[in-house]
Design a protein around this ligand. Sequence first.
Ligand SMILES: *[C@@H]1O[C@H](CO)[C@@H](O)[C@H](O)[C@H]1NC(C)=O
Ligand SMILES: *[C@@H]1O[C@H](CO)[C@@H](O)[C@H](O)[C@H]1NC(C)=O
Ligand SMILES: *[C@@H]1O[C@H](CO)[C@@H](O)[C@H](O)[C@H]1NC(C)=O
Ligand SMILES: *[C@@H]1O[C@H](CO)[C@@H](O)[C@H](O)[C@H]1NC(C)=O
Length: 519
Amino acid sequence: MATEPPLAILQSRVLRILLAISLLVLQTVALAQVHAVSLKEATAHDLQLAFGQNKLTSRQLTKFYLNRIRRLNPLLRGVIEVNPDALCQADRADREREAKPYGSLSALHGIPILLKDNIATKDKMNTTAGSFALLGSVVPRDAGVVARLRRAGAVLLGKASMSEWAHYRFSGNNSGWCARSGQGKNPYNLSATTCGSSSGSAISVAANMGAVSLGTETDGSILCPSSFNSLVGIKPTLGLTSRGGVVPITPRQDTVGPMCRTVADAVNVLDVIVGFDPYDAKATREASKYIPREGYKQFLKADGLKGKRLGIVKAFFDFYSGTRVTKAFESHFNTLRKQGAVLVDRLELANINEIYSYSSERVAISAEFKLALNTYLQDLVVSPVRSLADVIAFNNKHKHVEKIDEYGQDSFIAAQATNGIGKTVKSAWRNMTRLSQDGFEKLMRQNKLDALVTPENIVSTVLAIGGFPGINVPAGYDEDGVPFGICFGGLRGSEPTLIEIAYGFEQATKIRRPPTFLR
Ligand SMILES: *[C@@H]1O[C@H](CO)[C@@H](O)[C@H](O)[C@H]1NC(C)=O
Ligand SMILES: *[C@@H]1O[C@H](CO)[C@@H](O)[C@H](O)[C@H]1NC(C)=O
Ligand SMILES: *[C@@H]1O[C@H](CO)[C@@H](O)[C@H](O)[C@H]1NC(C)=O
Ligand SMILES: *[C@@H]1O[C@H](CO)[C@@H](O)[C@H](O)[C@H]1NC(C)=O
């Protein structure tokens, strides 16, 4: 405008410049917050909000995690491989978001997820269960849960390390160790165990090298590392999530589940991965009756503990008597009561000693593993090993890298000596059915319980042999700074109730804090 007096022009210019500077500052602050503050314990919900407000792109977020992995993984070894296509997937998510109305996409859209290395991806990444024996093998297709993650627009960030072969090569303690990436470290105390076998999934999410992760559990492998790394882990009802494309131990017990920093994150992941899969047809069809039509998010209720009947089995707590865990749990019981739960105390679980002798479970798994693994290996498009016998021979030939002299492969050798499903295995199956019916199921029904409350993952065998679900929630830290969890276990299909309970406890306590990487 020619008539505008020069001073006004100057003023408006100064104003505009000032405005631009302050916007820049605001943007920088916003980015710094997103990068330095918000990304620290950011939930999928926080990240979606930042995406929606144009404060963050999936590419920036993916780059942030790739940098964290580059910086921290040499110490922590929670990741075996990163996905060379992760940034492309992030770019695609960013483009898709621009084209769609806010809120219309999945809660995991554009969110980087790490997958335990026994979960198959048909892409540039390897699927090896941590072992060199499967390096270079080509899987026929994505695992069922991976196909669902891709459809939801999640960014497959990489493969998490694990106790090699999901801790079924060697019967001793090699938690967190696999030949391909070495010993994983607990980020809360580098000299403490990570537990396993989903060790890398736990380490990486605890240390913020990914937003969320998937683990697998046959007996304790999600619940235990979640407990030791201050995470929420959901071990779902058998068949709720597909095992198609997962390196197996036994289809009778294997499950795939989320390992995340919050109950809400774990529920967002669960919502995406549950459902029928033709490659695990029988179990996923049977369990799909449990899936609520509106998904699991509706059970994230802050007052979720109100009126819940929670059982306490005396023997499980006797095991911890005099430890820091006992003291913490006394306080937790008070919290649970204060939040409206009814605690049913001093319960006994029938045949608990027989269950924890593991005799039937061991006999059955040994035979089932050989059959299941051979089927998995034969189904691969390309593979250096086609049978358990091949894997054993491979390990013997590569003694040095697979640390055979140190760790051995006794579970493999015992499984190789089995001969299909005979009388003994059938007797073991009957025993486990009886133990579940007379034990956990009876206890839950007779006392009208919504869940059993236990420390750490001590209840995992009870859940494992009956295909029952459980959720671990952070519950404290011991004198060495090592986290421990509280576990809520329930009958098959009781995820909605367990989520209400777990969320109620989490919201009332908020015990999780990020790790400090101390020795
Ligand atoms: C998969 O393994 C091959 C070696 O067989 C390696 O060259 C490749 O880089 C690995 N893929 C990734 C994504 O690390
Ligand atoms: C397994 O070994 C690690 C490291 O040696 C140790 O910290 C941990 O306590 C052991 N766990 C068990 C259950 O023995
Ligand atoms: C099943 O339980 C019975 C005891 O009731 C025991 O004698 C038998 O050895 C068990 N079977 C297996 C395979 O452990
Ligand atoms: C880590 O754990 C070890 C025992 O395994 C203990 O000696 C050490 O003090 C702990 N470190 C911290 C920082 O608590």
